[in-house]
Design a protein around this ligand. Structure first.
Ligand code: INI
Length: 156
């Protein structure tokens, strides 16, 4: 029988940081609400959650790396919405946000979760922020909890 390591969704001790872009705030606010809902439903109390606002998704990685490296947080949840229809530099903003979030996690060994929507249309973004296709902020928060517990369970 192999040994299987998994992260539970039990509330982990420690603080969570949410980073939320102000760009496309009508969408991102819904992602924040979804993330807070998931954290609370899984036993993480308000006083263990800090929210940091940044101008746009492009700014998320720098702040994510700073927070993850601070030793103050067990996970950092990144929330934003990059919508292709609204920008000629979609590929740069979306690409840098994604790779920067990944690098922040790898550089700090802290889970830094990618809850940034990358969509072709505003309608797609609305659907992924609490309408037809669930709420990506909620999912990101669950991923954060699972990763914190998984990393604690893995052998040293
Ligand atoms: N930022 C986003 O979060 N989403 C977008 O769709 C977006 N568009 O469309 O341009 C966007 N741009 C701003 C960018 O994130 C930076 O804040 C800006 O370039 C300053 O560095």
């Amino acid at each position: 029988m192999p040994t299987i390591y998994e992260g539970s969704l039990a509330p982990p001790s420690g603080r969570f940081a949410l980073i939320a872009a102000r760009f496309n705030s009508a969408i991102v606010d819904q992602l924040v609400a979804g993330a807070l809902d998931a954290l609370k439903r899984h036993g993480v109390t308000d006083d263990a959650i800090d929210i940091v606002r940044v101008p746009g998704s492009f700014e998320i990685p720098l702040v994510a790396q700073r927070l993850a490296g601070s030793g103050q947080y067990v996970a950092v949840i990144c929330l934003g919405a990059v919508i292709r229809g609204e920008t000629g530099h979609y590929d740069y903003v979306a690409g840098e946000a994604a790779s920067g979030v990944a690098r922040a996690a790898l550089a700090t060994n802290v889970p830094v979760i990618f809850g940034i929507l990358t969509c072709d249309t505003l309608e797609q973004a609305i659907n992924r922020a609490g309408a037809k296709s669930g709420n990506k902020g909620f999912d990101a928060a669950l991923t954060a909890i699972e990763m914190v517990n998984l990393l604690r369970n893995l052998p040293k």
